[in-house]
Design a binder for this molecule. Structure first.
Ligand code: ZN
Length: 649
């Protein structure tokens, strides 16, 4: 629907409860959609004041929750994510388990304090608040609280919570907090859990996990010192100067499930527009002054990414995307996604050929689709977001930069993004199944390597089975069908089966639910004269002497996958075999007036899940083989250098 414009008006209630103003009438100001896109279970109105010196936020939150659960509800769980940044929290305990080198420092300490909680029509329930630890029973974890109402909220009714909270931010440890005068206001307000699959889903904050929340509207009024440049989810609807040296900025967001903001006096602002198929989208870039020379890179990759998402998977319906470049020394806030706001990741010296800027912005923008709109449960099915997003990252960066240089194209050294994803998977290939709750993974490395790297590699390998175009069509169907609905892993897998018209259970059982290794090898390949047993065989003559060639292919791993074997002879002939890969080995035999030249499994290297490409080929000329191996080692060396450089910055 290119060029589509809203044809009718909808009502929005713009912070009416905050400002005392009457509800404004007009077209949706935050999206290009003429009607609500989600069920809007929640409506948050938050008035918050930042003390930039003390790094505190004082907030008044009014949450209107619609009981669409189909049942009476009297108990409501809330996240208080800031309390994760305390030494005895589950988050920090897990940090220590996963990273022995981790040391607690008091500058990381943060907290969210519930000053009061009132339910309209019921009264003050502050004393009824109690912390729960549904995942691990840790009595010192205060990242989830529950409140029980004296009488249930009937199905279809709404309940209104009025909450006063006080945040003490810590130095950015994981995505949120401050670094010098930079503030990342993420996971900063009490957020209600999600009624999902017939139960409340409100996990504690874990070292590995991200987030899950319901869709709705956000009207947020932030009061900050006048020197602050502020970026936030949604769109800015007003900016008022107060006599006391502060500004009050009001933001409105629709059909989003979280609200994040940032403030810093150092931000430089650049804007651009992307014309999506639903209408114009304003791109607002807030960038560090020392990175201003990279503003174009940020804006260009945002538009290039939006263009591909719009054409390949579906429209971006919001009117704005805010791209935030955090300070380099606040890197722990970089490379993160929030609804309609993302953070990038760069340094002042980042050369154009090293696509770190582009990878970060592409990746975080991609989350607008899989995390932002599809909004699967990141505590439980992290791969549905990070993994699908890593796959689309590969496809989009390949399309922009070229398949073999999507990640790095510098001084003649190139590397592709899918090689990076595959390397991440190879490090931890059999540690955890993709279908594991994010906080139950063995460790950080396994969580990263499987959730991002393996999922991307599984979907790249799926192209070999159903074709690249079908995978793209299935992702489009999945996005358009399930956006704004919190789908499950089976919703995704069944969509792939439905769109491809294929039963792919054999593949999903192994790749998604299992940990089996896929590894096929050429065990041996020989050509022997057929007349070997004769006492005095005639001298071998090219084109006349008959050879018996054997190619022995071995399944080393437990993952069963059909295998293509390409056998080439020295008379130019080549034969391609397809083996179902089920038995432990297969032997191909040929009698020909030609000797074997090479035998290769999966000659296009399309089965990206294969753990060891080195063992996939036999070449008669040893030096050729050596050269191939060298090329593979070179890729690994480049990867290592890139890692090293990333650690050094
Ligand atoms: Zn991500």
């Amino acid at each position: 629907m290119r060029g589509f414009r809203p044809s009718c008006l909808i009502w929005i209630s713009l912070a009416a409860g905050l400002s005392g103003a009457t509800a404004q009438v007009g077209a949706s100001i935050a999206t290009n959609s003429p009607k609500p896109l989600s069920e809007r279970v929640v409506a948050y109105e938050i008035e918050a004041r930042l003390d930039a010196q003390k790094k505190t936020i004082d907030g008044n939150e009014t949450l209107t929750y619609r009981n669409l659960t189909g049942k009476p509800q009297d108990t409501f769980p809330f996240h208080l994510y800031q309390n994760a940044f305390q030494p005895k929290s589950t988050f920090m305990q897990e940090e220590r388990v996963h990273r022995q080198s981790f040391k607690w420092e008091d500058k990381y300490r943060a907290s969210a304090e519930m000053k009061s909680l009132e339910v309209v029509g019921v009264g003050d329930l502050t004393s009824k608040i109690h912390f729960i630890s549904p995942d691990d029973g840790n009595p010192d974890d205060r990242t989830v609280f529950e409140v029980k109402l004296p009488k249930p909220v009937a199905p279809g009714d709404s309940v209104q919570f009025k909450i006063q909270f006080h945040d003490q931010l810590g130095e950015v440890f994981a995505r949120t907090g401050y670094k010098n005068d930079f503030i990342m206001g993420a996971q900063w307000f009490p957020k209600i859990g999600v009624w999902w699959q017939g139960a409340w889903n409100c996990h504690q904050f874990h070292a590995n996990t991200e987030f899950f929340a319901d869709f709705g509207t956000f009207d947020v009024r932030l009061t900050v010192p006048q020197n602050e440049v502020v970026g936030a989810s949604g769109v800015e609807v007003s900016n008022i100067s107060n006599p006391n040296g502060t500004n009050t900025l009001t933001f409105h967001g629709e059909d989003i499930h979280d609200f994040a903001w940032t403030a810093s006096p150092r931000f430089r602002e650049f804007t651009d527009t992307f014309n999506s198929s639903m209408g114009p989208v304003r791109i607002r870039l807030l960038i560090q002054p020392e990175h201003v020379s990279q503003a174009d890179r940020h804006l260009r990759i945002t538009k290039q990414t939006m263009d591909r998402f719009d054409r390949w998977y579906g429209p971006y319906p919001y009117k704005q995307i805010t791209v935030v470049d955090p300070p380099t020394n606040g890197f722990r806030a970089g490379g993160m996604e929030y609804p309609t706001l993302i953070t990038g990741d760069t340094t002042w010296w980042m050369p154009n050929g090293w696509h770190v800027v582009e990878e970060a912005v592409e990746h975080e923008f991609g989350h607008q689709y899989w995390y932002g709109m599809v909004a699967s449960n990141e505590f439980e099915d992290a791969w549905l977001d990070e993994g699908i997003n890593s796959y689309t990252e590969c496809k989009i960066l390949d399309d922009i930069f070229g398949t073999d240089r999507s990640s790095l194209d510098l001084w003649g050294i190139t590397e592709s993004d899918d090689e990076q994803q595959r390397n991440g998977y190879l490090e931890v290939a059999d540690r955890d199944p993709m279908a594991r709750f994010a906080y139950q993974y063995l460790n950080f490395n396994s969580y990263g390597g499987i959730t991002y790297g393996k999922t991307a590699t599984v979907l790249l390998t799926l192209e070999k089975i159903i074709g690249e175009a079908t995978v793209r069509r299935a992702l489009q169907t999945y996005f358009m069908r399930y956006r704004f609905t919190h789908p499950t892993k089976e919703d995704f897998l069944k969509t792939l089966e439905e769109v491809s018209g294929r039963n792919l259970r054999w593949y999903f059982d192994q790749a998604v639910y299992g940990t089996a290794i896929l590894d096929y090898e050429i065990l041996s390949a020989t050509s022997d004269r057929l007349d070997w047993q004769e006492k005095n065989p005639p001298e071998a003559k090219r084109g006349e002497t008959v050879y018996r060639t054997h190619v022995l292919v071995h399944r080393k791993g437990d993952f069963i996958f059909p295998v293509d074997v390409l056998v080439k002879f020295d008379n130019g002939e080549s034969l391609r075999q397809r083996w179902d890969g089920r038995d432990r080995w297969v032997r191909y035999s040929y009698d020909k007036k030609a000797r074997l030249e090479s035998a290769e499994i999966d000659p296009e290297s399309a089965v990206r899940l294969d753990k060891n490409f080195f063992s996939n080929s036999y070449v008669d000329k040893e030096d050729d083989r050596a050269a191939r191996k060298l090329a593979r080692y070179w890729t690994i060396a480049v990867q290592f250098l890139a890692q090293l450089a990333a650690w050094l910055v």
